[in-house]
Design a protein around this ligand. Structure first.
Ligand SMILES: *Cc1c(COP(=O)(O)O)cnc(C)c1O
Length: 373
């Protein structure tokens, strides 16, 4: 039996996540584990909540990380806000909208799909039409930043349309939080979830969420119990809630939360607007280089997500071989196409700490070398 410790190779992560984790975050995670009800830990939890409110731009008291990856944040929103028999409008323009549909069905509700082409933003006119055709719908769900295609949708407009028709919104901001503008309060978003391993540059495994009062009221008014015990916010809040008395719900991932705390402190130090601008400026740099190599973006310019650059693989180029050589020779990871786009595109991430000029130079030089040989 092999008993050696595991030492991962050093990589540069320019795929769809995880992104490069800053050494400060890794160092924070290696600090001594303390009890998850220790007063010192509880104080840190309060700081994490406050820093997440800053990242989401909200005063929502229910703003906290779910102890599981982004998919669990998605599930938290659906299982708490959707009851059996309800109708939910799901906008789909890539892989993750498809998962929202799965969630709706598993809640015993009926999804109404608003489909857009992969690589395009969600079309508000189509949502409006669906809202008019389905006045009995109670929730609208959409993905702000579709990581499978690199398209960014207009969350403010989609939210406003949903509210005009009396629907709550659930927003997937897994790839946008910390990388693109999000104004949870300013745009009046009801429920939103994210992930730690994309533009926050933390390790995978946590999912920040935020619910406003309207969404919480719906949770309180439920006729049926939330079918997931672990994700039932009524119970989770007994641990994460603001009251002095905290009760055991599950053992928080203590060291992972040290990491998230550090990632959020770094975001605060940089300033949210500066982080958004950095992601955009680096996208422009990478774009210029990719276009010089003759690679074409699949998303129209005004709908592009700065932190995820999807380009068409040139004819006659072997997708898997190029990615394998980038990994072997340059220790560089870029993303393959997902779903309908598998084998057709590369997805180059510029998320969080990975979004820097050194990575852009490495990626362009490595791609040029591999494509030319
Ligand atoms: C990565 C991602 C998820 C899922 O997050 P996990 O942490 O992998 O569970 C959900 N939605 C979008 C848009 C994503 O990019």
């Amino acid at each position: 039996m092999k008993t050696d410790s595991f030492h991962p190779p050093l990589r540069t992560l320019m795929g769809p996540g995880p992104s490069d984790v800053h050494p400060r975050i890794l160092e924070a995670m290696s600090r001594p584990t303390i009890g998850h009800l220790d007063p010192a830990f509880v104080e840190m939890m309060e700081e994490v909540k406050g820093l997440l409110q800053y990242a989401f731009q909200t005063d929502n008291p229910l703003t906290m990380p779910v102890s599981a990856p982004g998919s669990a944040g998605m599930e938290t929103c659906f299982v708490n806000l959707v009851e059996p028999g309800e109708k939910v409008i799901v906008c789909q323009n890539g892989v993750f909208g498809g998962r929202m549909k799965e969630n709706v069905e598993r809640c015993g509700a009926t999804p109404v799909m608003v489909l857009d082409e992969w690589g395009k933003a969600v079309d508000p006119a189509k949502l409006e039409q669906a809202l008019e055709e389905h006045p009995d719908a109670s929730v609208v769900a959409f993905v702000h930043a579709e990581t499978s295609t690199g398209a960014q949708s207009d969350a403010e407009t989609l939210t406003e349309l949903a509210h005009r028709h009396g629907c709550l919104v659930i927003v997937d901001a897994v790839t946008s939080l910390g990388g693109s503008e999000i104004q949870v309060d300013g745009w009046d978003i009801d429920a939103i979830y994210s992930g730690t391993q994309k533009c926050l540059s933390c390790t995978p495994g946590l999912s920040p969420i935020s619910f406003n009062e309207r969404a919480l009221e719906k949770v309180r008014q439920r006729k049926t119990k939330v079918q997931s015990w672990f994700l039932d916010l009524n119970l989770v809040m007994g641990y994460w809630g603001g009251n002095a008395k905290r009760s055991y719900h599950h053992t928080a991932p203590v060291n992972a939360l040290y990491g998230l705390h550090e990632a959020l402190v770094m975001l605060k130090e940089e300033g949210l607007e500066n982080a958004w601008k950095r992601h955009y400026d680096n996208h422009r740099k990478l774009r210029a280089g990719l276009e010089r190599l003759g690679l074409r973006f699949i998303v129209p310019e005004d709908q592009r997500l700065p932190q995820l650059n999807a380009v068409t693989i040139p004819d006659g180029v072997d997708d898997a071989e190029v990615r394998a050589r980038l990994l072997d020779e340059y220790h560089l990871e870029i993303g393959a196409g997902l779903g309908d786009l598998a084998g057709k595109v590369w997805r180059i991430g510029l998320m969080g700490h990975s979004s820097n000029p050194g990575n852009i130079a490495l990626c362009l030089a490595a791609l040029e070398d591999v494509l030319n040989s």
